[in-house]
Design a protein around this ligand. Sequence first.
Ligand code: 4NP
Length: 168
Amino acid sequence: MTQRNRTRVLFVCLGNICRSPTAHGVFRDRVAAAGLADRIEVDSAGTGDWHVGKPPDARARAAAAARGCDIGDLRARQVAAADLQAFDYVLAMDADNLAVLERLARESADARARVALFGDYSGRHPGAAVPDPYFGGEDGFERVLDLIEDAAEGLLAEIRADLERDPG
Ligand code: 4NP
């Protein structure tokens, strides 16, 4: 049997311990609930390397868990030029992350990923950045989840429509 086409999505923030693992976990759960776990692969990474190998920040884990999303299995890694070749979507949490990814894409001859702001898929806050919650209070993590849940819905709708056009 031939391998069915898979869509690969990478979420990127600065440290890969707050925003992008939250997006990873929320989107992974949405994909599973839609019965698309065999068609959509989800990952996350950071532009920085300070937290490589670490689990998500305890505040991010707690906020996600309170909404029924377990991200405790995730471990931080740094984004690499090869990700721009391997993934279909590489989605930045804010304009700083986006600038790093656009530079990596320019420097990588075989880059093919669609590089964009994750907030571009948000219905309620189109184009909004997901602000860095690391140095703030717990309400920052709630805002991160609100923005991510909204954009996750729009992203899943787009990928699902693509997959229906191309049943693989
Ligand atoms: P994240 O948050 O980019 O959402 O994972 C941050 C985590 C750590 C740091 C900054 C932002 N830091 O400076 O260590």
